[in-house]
Design a protein around this ligand. Sequence first.
Ligand code: PEP
Ligand code: MN
Length: 364
Amino acid sequence: MKDIQSLESWSVVKNGGPIAIAGPCSAESEEQLMDTCRQITEEIGITLLRAGIWKPRTRPGSFEGIGEEGLKWFANVKKELNMPITTEVANAQHVELALKYGVDVLWIGARSTVNPFTIQEIADALKGVKDVPVMIKNPINPDVALWKGAIERIYGAGVRQIAGIHRGFSSFEKTQYRNVPMWKLAIALKTELPNLPLICDPSHIGGTRDLIYPVSQKAIDLDFDGLMIETHRDPDNAWSDASQQVTPKRLAEILNEVNIKKSTTDAEEVNSKLDDLRGKIDRLDNELLEVLSQRMNVVGEIGDYKRENNLTVFQAGRWIDIFQNRPEQAAKLGLSKAFMEQLFKLVHDESIRLQTAVVNTEKA
Ligand code: PEP
Ligand code: MN
């Protein structure tokens, strides 16, 4: 899937750089949608306007979206504000209607990504439809393969403008987040699909307004390509996700405050200084590897010696000693104790594995 396009080459994304997607969780009325979107575009330059037309609700009885009528309003917003628009699609009919009303970018929600039947239905509806970008949210459960599978199905339909959206993962335990972010998982997906642009949805991760800024900053620090932030002209009275939506004014503040970092630069001085520092790291890593290799050789010698003298591989006293001593020594050198505990646990596990192999080898 090498030819997934970067955001810079997406037809709707002008000027490259991180993209900002904003708009209400749900379209509620034509006036609410138009007014919210107008305020957003007046407050700050964003890339794409979002609004949910069909809402997947966890329990029945909540507002389930305005439906096709809302697409007419959204099409008017697009025309009046001259902005591209995006909405969630969860079945073939949604795809057909969204495209009919000129929706520029589609997104697939977390509850759809979990279901390969749903994804395949959407993929089939997209076959032969050229050039519509599709953003695919992570499934609600932390499963990289499922997320990747959904991307592969959409890619298989011929779609080349694809992005992943990290919107966090469900958990039974109550946490400060509505959906716990698992950055490692998003990075694992990016490692498998290096060309895939990644967008963060701090609104569904955070669940409350005060978490939008820190989660956005974290995503940008991790080199995410964009943010999708739910924005409503009157968040407290929103028909869905009231506690996590921000006003257009607050959106502008957040996007201005988020310290956008670049992953590369053209500045020669900066690059040469970075090269120097990286050279140092390379040399130190070499030394680290040398030392580790020597340590493991000594471990082998100890194994031989233990075998000859009929001693056990694991000796609790020695292990407790190492496990207490090393982190304390490390702390004195300014290293984190927790990190050293983890590191020495790994080193010790590997030593035990090596010694067990040595002790169990027949004497030549
Ligand atoms: C949304 O973006 O409004 C939405 C329903 O998101 P998710 O699929 O992440 O819950
Ligand atoms: Mn929402």
